[in-house]
Design a protein around this ligand. Structure first.
Ligand code: ADP
Ligand code: MG
Length: 344
């Protein structure tokens, strides 16, 4: 890949971006976000939180109620989709089954009225760039999932976008292919130097891919940061629960999050630390290299909601040295530095 092909990614900035479909709460509610040029950004959150609407407003497939979208510092809020410098990649790649790989890639140029010889030459060149030049005449059904993804990528790249927008591109794939395809997406993003904005509801997928993770809830941004930041220091109770792997606890110091693998279980009569909580083992699940011990507050009969659940990840060796049985009372404790405060 030549230097000219690299680092074409543009920064994206969303300013007070809002989408209202009707009366009631906004689908996207005044969000502010800066996405660095050439970075991989994942918009993450539960179904209905406004991820696709945000992406579609960046793409120009949805009108903006209020606010501004900047691409490379230029206001693109009112531009039609085809004039923005963005391209979309959809779930399961959405290739035309009756067209060859070459014609799939050339399709948008055909729509723009580019002459056949030129559009085919450009499509062939792009297929070559994603190592698919030799399969240009195959139809999607004659290609593996990985090869189809490369065709979809070439099809998106033919408009020479400065940002690629991906809406749950991997969610319809089987788990094995999904993991392979996401590694390939990451590799192409780095190779191309393009800005990628990838919508997913999978914490695991976002953690694996993102330079920057944006956790959304009810049309708002809860937290922005690297996967490491977000996982180690969730800003709010929502993020801690949504990311998983955290216990949310009420202590005299306030509400805190403690990673389940930083949580200790102590069998003793007396509390091992002032903040330790008396709990009862409710479940023991062997998970291979560790044992997941489910826990309940002794008075949990009053509150058995899933969000009140606590757990501890105990190494296999440690569990074998001190096996625990369902119904057994234990102290749930942690090193003070393992707890971080959570906003409501
Ligand atoms: P996500 O992609 O995070 O699952 P969406 O952005 O698709 O969420 O939807 C956000 C909210 O906006 C949801 O409450 C959804 O029902 C609503 N919504 C999305 N698209 C439309 C539409 N075209 N018309 C009306 N409401 C919509
Ligand atoms: Mg969606």
């Amino acid at each position: 890949m030549s230097d000219a092909d690299r680092a074409r990614g543009a920064a994206i900035e969303l300013i007070a971006l809002t989408k209202r479909y009707g009366p009631g709460p906004a689908a996207v509610d005044g969000i502010a976000l800066k996405i660095a040029a050439g970075s991989y950004c994942c918009l993450l959150g539960p179904s209905g939180c406004g991820k696709s609407t945000t992406l579609r407003m960046i793409a120009g497939h949805e009108t903006v109620s209020e606010g501004t979208v900047l691409l490379g510092g230029h206001d693109i809020t009112a531009l039609p989709a085809a004039a923005r410098g963005t391209a979309m990649m959809f779930q399961s790649f959405a290739l035309f089954p009756h067209l060859s790989a070459l014609d799939n890639v050339a399709f948008s140029l055909k729509m723009k009225g580019v002459a056949k010889a030129e559009r085919q030459a450009r499509a062939q060149d792009l297929l070559g760039r994603v190592a698919m030049g030799h399969l240009a005449q195959r139809k999607p059904g004659e290609l593996s999932g990985g090869q189809q993804q490369r065709v979809a990528l070439a099809r998106a790249l033919i408009t020479e976008p400065r940002a690629l927008l991906l809406d749950e591109p991997l969610s319809a794939l089987d788990p094995f292919l999904r993991v392979q395809m996401r590694a390939e997406l990451r590799r192409w993003q780095q190779e191309l130097g393009l800005t990628f904005v990838h919508v997913t509801h999978s914490q695991e997928e976002a953690m694996a891919l993102a330079d920057t993770m944006v956790v959304m809830n009810h049309g708002r941004i809860e937290q922005v940061g690297s996967p490491l930041d977000v996982y180690n220091r969730p800003a709010s109770e929502f993020v801690a629960r949504f990311m998983g792997g955290h216990n949310v606890l009420d202590t005299p110091q306030g509400r805190v999050g403690v990673r389940t693998d930083r949580t200790e279980l102590v069998v003793a009569d007396a509390a091992p630390a002032p903040h330790a909580q008396r709990v009862v083992v409710s479940d023991v699940e062997y998970q291979g290299t560790y044992v997941l011990v489910g826990l309940q507050m002794p008075d949990a009969a009053r509150d058995v909601s899933a969000t009140a659940a606590l757990s501890a990840m105990v190494s296999e060796d440690r569990f074998n040295a001190q096996p625990l049985a369902v119904g057994q009372p234990v102290w749930l404790s942690w090193a003070p530095e393992a707890a971080h405060p959570l906003a409501h």
